[in-house]
Design a protein around this ligand. Structure first.
Ligand code: FE2
Length: 326
Protein backbone atom coordinates (compact mmCIF):
# COMPACT_ATOMS: atom_id res chain seq x y z
CA UNK A 1 0.00 0.00 0.00
CA UNK A 2 1.29 3.34 -0.95
CA UNK A 3 1.99 5.66 1.91
CA UNK A 4 1.31 9.33 1.78
CA UNK A 5 4.49 11.39 1.59
CA UNK A 6 5.32 12.99 4.86
CA UNK A 7 6.11 16.65 4.47
CA UNK A 8 8.66 17.67 7.05
CA UNK A 9 7.37 20.62 9.00
CA UNK A 10 9.95 23.18 10.02
CA UNK A 11 8.38 25.19 12.72
CA UNK A 12 10.32 27.30 15.16
CA UNK A 13 9.08 27.97 18.63
CA UNK A 14 7.57 31.42 19.11
CA UNK A 15 9.85 33.98 20.71
CA UNK A 16 9.35 34.90 24.33
CA UNK A 17 8.81 38.58 25.17
CA UNK A 18 9.34 39.60 28.80
CA UNK A 19 8.71 43.21 29.73
CA UNK A 20 11.63 44.76 31.61
CA UNK A 21 10.37 48.21 32.61
CA UNK A 22 7.00 49.72 33.38
CA UNK A 23 6.91 51.90 30.27
CA UNK A 24 9.71 50.58 28.11
CA UNK A 25 11.90 47.63 27.07
CA UNK A 26 11.48 43.88 26.78
CA UNK A 27 13.86 40.94 26.78
CA UNK A 28 13.44 38.60 23.83
CA UNK A 29 14.46 34.98 24.20
CA UNK A 30 13.97 31.83 22.17
CA UNK A 31 15.67 33.15 19.05
CA UNK A 32 19.15 32.74 17.59
CA UNK A 33 19.95 36.03 15.87
CA UNK A 34 22.38 34.30 13.52
CA UNK A 35 19.46 32.56 11.83
CA UNK A 36 16.04 33.99 12.71
CA UNK A 37 13.17 32.82 10.53
CA UNK A 38 10.60 35.16 8.97
CA UNK A 39 7.98 34.60 11.67
CA UNK A 40 10.53 35.44 14.39
CA UNK A 41 11.62 38.59 12.55
CA UNK A 42 7.99 39.65 12.26
CA UNK A 43 7.39 38.96 15.98
CA UNK A 44 10.53 40.93 16.89
CA UNK A 45 9.34 43.86 14.79
CA UNK A 46 5.97 43.80 16.56
CA UNK A 47 7.71 43.61 19.94
CA UNK A 48 9.85 46.62 18.98
CA UNK A 49 6.80 48.71 18.10
CA UNK A 50 5.11 47.75 21.34
CA UNK A 51 8.08 47.98 23.75
CA UNK A 52 10.30 50.45 21.85
CA UNK A 53 13.54 48.87 23.08
CA UNK A 54 14.57 45.19 23.02
CA UNK A 55 17.35 43.20 24.70
CA UNK A 56 18.73 39.85 23.52
CA UNK A 57 21.26 37.98 25.68
CA UNK A 58 23.86 35.35 24.80
CA UNK A 59 24.00 36.11 21.09
CA UNK A 60 27.42 34.83 20.07
CA UNK A 61 27.21 36.10 16.49
CA UNK A 62 29.74 37.34 13.97
CA UNK A 63 29.79 40.89 12.63
CA UNK A 64 28.41 39.59 9.32
CA UNK A 65 25.53 37.83 11.11
CA UNK A 66 24.85 40.97 13.16
CA UNK A 67 24.67 43.06 9.98
CA UNK A 68 22.44 40.47 8.29
CA UNK A 69 20.10 40.59 11.27
CA UNK A 70 19.96 44.38 10.97
CA UNK A 71 19.14 44.12 7.26
CA UNK A 72 16.01 42.11 8.12
CA UNK A 73 14.53 45.45 9.23
CA UNK A 74 15.72 47.67 6.40
CA UNK A 75 18.74 49.12 4.65
CA UNK A 76 21.78 49.81 6.84
CA UNK A 77 23.14 53.35 6.81
CA UNK A 78 26.65 54.78 7.03
CA UNK A 79 27.54 57.41 9.64
CA UNK A 80 29.55 60.39 8.36
CA UNK A 81 31.40 60.69 11.68
CA UNK A 82 31.74 57.47 13.63
CA UNK A 83 34.70 55.09 13.24
CA UNK A 84 33.63 52.37 10.86
CA UNK A 85 34.91 48.94 9.94
CA UNK A 86 37.38 49.01 7.03
CA UNK A 87 35.52 46.50 4.87
CA UNK A 88 31.98 47.24 6.05
CA UNK A 89 31.28 50.99 6.31
CA UNK A 90 27.80 50.26 7.74
CA UNK A 91 29.42 48.66 10.79
CA UNK A 92 30.56 51.10 13.48
CA UNK A 93 33.13 49.88 15.97
CA UNK A 94 32.86 51.55 19.37
CA UNK A 95 36.06 50.51 21.11
CA UNK A 96 36.81 52.53 24.24
CA UNK A 97 39.77 51.73 26.51
CA UNK A 98 42.59 53.39 28.42
CA UNK A 99 44.09 54.91 25.27
CA UNK A 100 40.72 55.90 23.78
CA UNK A 101 38.45 57.39 26.45
CA UNK A 102 34.71 57.38 25.74
CA UNK A 103 33.31 60.67 24.51
CA UNK A 104 30.32 62.42 22.95
CA UNK A 105 27.60 59.95 23.91
CA UNK A 106 27.08 60.79 27.62
CA UNK A 107 24.22 62.99 26.55
CA UNK A 108 20.56 62.13 25.93
CA UNK A 109 20.14 61.80 22.20
CA UNK A 110 18.55 60.05 19.27
CA UNK A 111 21.17 58.82 16.80
CA UNK A 112 21.95 61.13 13.88
CA UNK A 113 19.08 63.57 14.39
CA UNK A 114 21.02 66.00 12.18
CA UNK A 115 19.96 63.99 9.13
CA UNK A 116 16.84 64.86 7.14
CA UNK A 117 15.94 61.16 7.51
CA UNK A 118 17.46 59.95 10.81
CA UNK A 119 17.82 56.18 11.30
CA UNK A 120 14.62 54.42 12.32
CA UNK A 121 16.47 52.05 14.64
CA UNK A 122 19.87 51.31 16.11
CA UNK A 123 21.38 47.97 17.13
CA UNK A 124 24.39 47.40 19.36
CA UNK A 125 26.19 44.09 19.91
CA UNK A 126 28.61 43.86 22.83
CA UNK A 127 31.86 41.97 22.43
CA UNK A 128 33.60 43.20 25.59
CA UNK A 129 31.65 44.62 28.53
CA UNK A 130 33.35 46.20 31.54
CA UNK A 131 32.74 44.22 34.76
CA UNK A 132 31.51 47.43 36.40
CA UNK A 133 29.94 50.43 34.71
CA UNK A 134 29.38 51.28 31.06
CA UNK A 135 25.61 50.82 31.19
CA UNK A 136 23.38 52.48 28.60
CA UNK A 137 20.22 54.35 29.59
CA UNK A 138 17.11 54.46 27.42
CA UNK A 139 14.10 56.75 27.77
CA UNK A 140 10.70 56.30 26.16
CA UNK A 141 9.88 59.72 24.82
CA UNK A 142 6.32 58.62 24.00
CA UNK A 143 5.82 57.91 27.71
CA UNK A 144 7.53 61.24 28.44
CA UNK A 145 5.11 63.01 26.08
CA UNK A 146 2.11 61.28 27.65
CA UNK A 147 3.41 62.51 31.02
CA UNK A 148 3.06 66.16 30.00
CA UNK A 149 -0.07 68.13 30.83
CA UNK A 150 -2.63 68.70 28.07
CA UNK A 151 -1.70 72.39 28.10
CA UNK A 152 2.00 71.71 27.46
CA UNK A 153 1.19 69.11 24.82
CA UNK A 154 -0.86 71.76 22.99
CA UNK A 155 1.85 74.40 23.44
CA UNK A 156 4.52 72.26 21.75
CA UNK A 157 2.39 70.42 19.19
CA UNK A 158 3.17 72.67 16.20
CA UNK A 159 6.76 73.57 17.06
CA UNK A 160 9.83 72.57 15.10
CA UNK A 161 13.42 72.52 16.35
CA UNK A 162 16.59 73.31 14.43
CA UNK A 163 19.31 70.67 14.28
CA UNK A 164 23.01 70.73 13.57
CA UNK A 165 25.74 68.09 13.92
CA UNK A 166 27.20 70.34 16.65
CA UNK A 167 28.91 67.73 18.88
CA UNK A 168 30.85 66.26 15.98
CA UNK A 169 32.39 69.59 14.99
CA UNK A 170 35.01 69.14 17.68
CA UNK A 171 36.38 65.99 16.01
CA UNK A 172 37.73 68.15 13.20
CA UNK A 173 41.12 69.80 13.55
CA UNK A 174 42.06 73.35 12.58
CA UNK A 175 44.29 72.42 9.67
CA UNK A 176 43.24 73.25 6.12
CA UNK A 177 42.36 69.65 5.20
CA UNK A 178 40.13 69.18 8.22
CA UNK A 179 38.36 72.50 7.66
CA UNK A 180 37.79 71.64 4.00
CA UNK A 181 36.26 68.30 5.01
CA UNK A 182 34.08 70.07 7.60
CA UNK A 183 32.79 72.50 4.92
CA UNK A 184 31.94 69.55 2.66
CA UNK A 185 29.97 67.87 5.46
CA UNK A 186 28.22 71.17 6.24
CA UNK A 187 27.04 71.27 2.64
CA UNK A 188 25.81 67.69 2.87
CA UNK A 189 24.13 68.21 6.25
CA UNK A 190 22.84 71.79 6.42
CA UNK A 191 20.91 73.06 9.42
CA UNK A 192 17.34 71.79 9.13
CA UNK A 193 14.28 71.38 11.31
CA UNK A 194 12.28 68.47 12.74
CA UNK A 195 8.96 68.41 14.63
CA UNK A 196 9.29 68.75 18.41
CA UNK A 197 6.39 66.29 18.72
CA UNK A 198 6.98 63.41 16.34
CA UNK A 199 4.20 61.04 15.31
CA UNK A 200 5.47 57.48 14.96
CA UNK A 201 4.86 56.32 11.37
CA UNK A 202 3.98 52.75 12.40
CA UNK A 203 2.53 52.94 15.92
CA UNK A 204 0.92 56.38 15.76
CA UNK A 205 2.36 57.26 19.20
CA UNK A 206 3.33 60.87 19.77
CA UNK A 207 6.71 61.50 21.33
CA UNK A 208 9.10 64.30 22.28
CA UNK A 209 11.66 64.12 19.47
CA UNK A 210 13.81 67.08 20.43
CA UNK A 211 17.14 66.20 22.09
CA UNK A 212 19.96 68.16 23.64
CA UNK A 213 22.77 66.68 21.56
CA UNK A 214 21.59 68.08 18.24
CA UNK A 215 18.96 70.79 18.88
CA UNK A 216 20.21 74.37 18.54
CA UNK A 217 16.91 76.19 19.05
CA UNK A 218 13.20 76.27 18.27
CA UNK A 219 12.19 77.63 14.89
CA UNK A 220 10.77 81.14 15.15
CA UNK A 221 11.64 81.62 18.83
CA UNK A 222 14.19 83.86 20.49
CA UNK A 223 16.91 82.02 22.43
CA UNK A 224 15.50 83.47 25.65
CA UNK A 225 12.22 81.71 24.85
CA UNK A 226 13.48 78.45 23.39
CA UNK A 227 16.17 77.69 25.97
CA UNK A 228 13.86 77.29 28.99
CA UNK A 229 11.29 75.42 26.89
CA UNK A 230 13.94 73.04 25.56
CA UNK A 231 15.37 72.52 29.04
CA UNK A 232 11.90 71.59 30.32
CA UNK A 233 11.52 69.02 27.51
CA UNK A 234 15.05 67.63 28.02
CA UNK A 235 14.22 67.12 31.68
CA UNK A 236 11.45 64.69 30.71
CA UNK A 237 14.08 62.15 29.56
CA UNK A 238 15.68 62.31 32.99
CA UNK A 239 12.55 61.06 34.79
CA UNK A 240 13.33 57.50 35.94
CA UNK A 241 9.78 56.21 35.33
CA UNK A 242 10.32 56.62 31.58
CA UNK A 243 13.71 54.92 31.58
CA UNK A 244 15.33 51.53 31.33
CA UNK A 245 18.98 50.89 32.24
CA UNK A 246 20.82 48.17 30.35
CA UNK A 247 23.76 46.41 31.99
CA UNK A 248 25.90 44.97 29.24
CA UNK A 249 27.27 41.45 29.24
CA UNK A 250 29.33 40.03 26.39
CA UNK A 251 27.06 39.02 23.49
CA UNK A 252 24.15 41.24 24.43
CA UNK A 253 22.24 42.82 21.55
CA UNK A 254 20.23 46.00 22.14
CA UNK A 255 17.76 47.03 19.45
CA UNK A 256 15.84 50.26 19.87
CA UNK A 257 13.42 52.38 17.91
CA UNK A 258 15.40 55.55 17.29
CA UNK A 259 12.18 57.40 16.36
CA UNK A 260 10.83 57.28 19.89
CA UNK A 261 13.77 56.47 22.21
CA UNK A 262 16.50 58.70 23.58
CA UNK A 263 19.60 57.02 24.96
CA UNK A 264 22.62 57.96 27.04
CA UNK A 265 25.88 55.98 27.31
CA UNK A 266 27.21 56.29 30.86
CA UNK A 267 30.90 57.17 30.95
CA UNK A 268 31.83 55.57 34.25
CA UNK A 269 34.06 52.70 33.14
CA UNK A 270 37.27 54.36 31.95
CA UNK A 271 39.99 52.94 31.81
CA UNK A 272 38.22 49.59 31.46
CA UNK A 273 37.55 48.44 27.92
CA UNK A 274 34.11 48.40 26.32
CA UNK A 275 33.79 47.12 22.77
CA UNK A 276 30.52 47.29 20.86
CA UNK A 277 29.47 46.97 17.23
CA UNK A 278 26.70 49.22 15.94
CA UNK A 279 24.45 49.32 12.92
CA UNK A 280 21.70 51.79 12.10
CA UNK A 281 18.69 51.17 9.91
CA UNK A 282 17.47 53.72 7.40
CA UNK A 283 14.49 55.79 8.51
CA UNK A 284 12.07 58.22 6.93
CA UNK A 285 11.46 61.94 7.26
CA UNK A 286 9.96 62.72 10.69
CA UNK A 287 6.48 64.23 10.69
CA UNK A 288 4.37 65.85 13.36
CA UNK A 289 0.71 66.14 14.26
CA UNK A 290 0.04 68.37 11.24
CA UNK A 291 0.43 65.32 8.96
CA UNK A 292 -2.92 63.92 10.19
CA UNK A 293 -1.65 60.34 10.66
CA UNK A 294 -4.28 57.79 9.61
CA UNK A 295 -2.40 54.55 10.31
CA UNK A 296 -2.97 52.10 13.15
CA UNK A 297 -2.42 53.08 16.77
CA UNK A 298 -0.43 50.58 18.83
CA UNK A 299 -1.06 51.30 22.50
CA UNK A 300 1.48 50.86 25.26
CA UNK A 301 0.96 47.41 26.74
CA UNK A 302 -0.17 47.32 30.33
CA UNK A 303 2.04 45.28 32.64
CA UNK A 304 0.39 41.91 33.25
CA UNK A 305 1.06 39.42 36.02
CA UNK A 306 2.36 36.98 33.43
CA UNK A 307 5.16 39.46 32.69
CA UNK A 308 6.73 38.96 36.08
CA UNK A 309 7.91 35.90 37.96
CA UNK A 310 5.16 34.70 40.25
CA UNK A 311 5.76 34.03 43.93
CA UNK A 312 4.76 30.52 45.01
CA UNK A 313 1.06 30.21 45.80
CA UNK A 314 -0.11 28.70 49.15
CA UNK A 315 -1.20 25.53 47.30
CA UNK A 316 2.39 24.95 46.26
CA UNK A 317 3.35 24.59 49.88
CA UNK A 318 5.91 26.72 51.67
CA UNK A 319 8.92 24.91 50.22
CA UNK A 320 7.96 24.40 46.62
CA UNK A 321 11.51 23.80 45.56
CA UNK A 322 11.63 20.61 47.68
CA UNK A 323 8.20 19.31 46.67
CA UNK A 324 8.29 15.63 45.68
CA UNK A 325 7.04 14.74 42.27
CA UNK A 326 4.10 12.33 42.16
FE1 FE2 B 1 23.96 57.04 20.26
Amino acid sequence: MEQAAVTPQTQTAPISVKRLGYNIAAEISGVDLSAPDDSQVSAINNALLENEMLVFRDQDITAAQFMDFGRKFGELTVSPFSPTHDDNPELIILDYHKDNPPRLTDNWHSDETFRETPPKATMLHSLIAPPIGGDTMFASMSAAYEGLSDQTQRLISDLRFLVDFTPFRRVFGNDADSLHKLREIEKEHPILSHPVVRVHPESGRKSIFVNSQFAIGIEGMKDSESKPLLEMLYAQARIPEYQFRLQWQPNTVAFWDNRVILHYAIHDYYPQRRLLERVTIKGDKPFGVEADYKGPFIPRREIELSDVDQPPSPEDGPLRMFKQSD
